[in-house]
Design a protein around this ligand. Structure first.
Ligand code: BDR
Ligand code: CA
Length: 315
């Protein structure tokens, strides 16, 4: 079986949910596990949301699930204004009964160990679980094929603070640990995820209301449009995590550059800011590839196509 094995670590989150709808029906990848992490919502809610999404969209193959637990240092940031109190646009998406789940970092360790050098780890939330997995099993970084992360910004313009992007800001210590680990890394920063705008017309391109995916996405996306309108005065939305998934599915839509990156863990104004050594006489060693530009039209088209496929697959 040549399809790529992927673990998705996420904090649903409306854009995480869109990425899951795409990934779980995509025949190019095999999503072996979905692990929850605290971020957009606290740990317990994140675990519930992961299970609720999967039950609701009912993919052909159920992935293993991992449960989140809150990071040691509580970040005290809140994303409810962009994702709703429940993380899924206050649309009333609930699980009937939360199954017993292993901790996310254990699932990550097990899945990578059982298929060394063949697993892609797609990280759509803070890097807490990955850092824990690396601490638990120090050889793990060298056994992962690649980790693709949504986070940070190269141009310095954050979203949660002037300088920092949400996923990095929520747990900068974990982000730094992962950035400094000997694992092959791809970063998909805000610079490229913000290049793709989904206007209201996107709603008409979703699979029909009769499909599970179509009905689910319409329920949760409404809030997103409202939040962008009210908070940012913007009539289109971004779906950062869906774009990051595309970097796994169609990397040729992006232009990557080898960069030397780190994360500020303590700054008074800059905690969670990603810092890149771009000096002509660079002193830091390159440690990741960073998506610098994107074919926005192609990515948008592929996201729509991917979701149509998901709609057809479980009509
Ligand atoms: C990232 O932060 C979260 O709110 C989104 O789900 C995305 O992963 C964007 O900064
Ligand atoms: Ca996310």
């Amino acid at each position: 079986n040549m399809t790529r094995k992927v673990i998705i670590d996420c904090d649903p989150g409306i854009d995480d949910a869109v990425a899951l709808c795409m990934a779980l029906f995509d025949t190019r990848i095999n999503v072996a596990a979905v692990t929850a992490v605290a971020g957009n919502v606290p740990a317990d809610q994140s675990s519930r949301n992961v299970q609720a999404i999967i039950e609701r969209i009912d993919p052909p193959r159920y992935p293993r699930l991992g449960a989140a637990s809150d990071p040691e240092l509580s970040p005290g940031s809140n994303a409810s204004y962009m994702h709703g109190e429940d993380g899924l646009g206050n649309a009333g998406i609930v699980v009937s009964r939360l199954h017993h789940q292993h901790p996310s970092e254990k699932i990550i360790c097990d899945e990578v160990r059982s298929d060394p050098n063949r697993v892609t780890l797609l990280c759509l939330g803070p890097l807490t679980n990955v850092a824990r997995a690396f601490q638990r099993d120090p050889e793990l970084p060298t056994l992962i094929d690649r980790i693709v992360m949504m986070g940070g910004c190269v141009n310095g313009m954050g979203n949660v603070t002037p300088a920092a992007e949400w996923n990095m800001h929520y747990d900068p210590d974990s982000a730094r640990l992962v950035f400094r680990s000997p694992v092959a890394k791809t970063l998909v920063p805000l610079d490229v995820t913000r290049a793709i705008h989904f206007t209201m017309g996107f709603l008409d391109e979703l699979p029909s209301e009769e499909t599970r995916v179509g009905a689910f996405l319409r329920k949760i996306l409404q809030f997103r449009y409202l939040a962008y309108h009210q908070r940012l005065g913007q009539e289109s939305i971004h779906l950062h995590d869906a774009v990051a998934l595309l970097a796994v599915l169609q990397p040729d839509h992006f232009a990557f550059e080898e960069m030397a990156g780190d994360v500020e863990t303590r700054g008074e104004l800059t905690a969670g800011a990603t810092i890149f050594d771009r000096r002509r006489n660079r002193q830091w060693r390159p440690n990741m590839e960073v998506a610098m530009t994107v074919d926005a039209e192609a990515v948008e088209r592929d996201i729509v196509q991917c979701l149509s496929h998901a709609g057809r697959a479980n009509g």
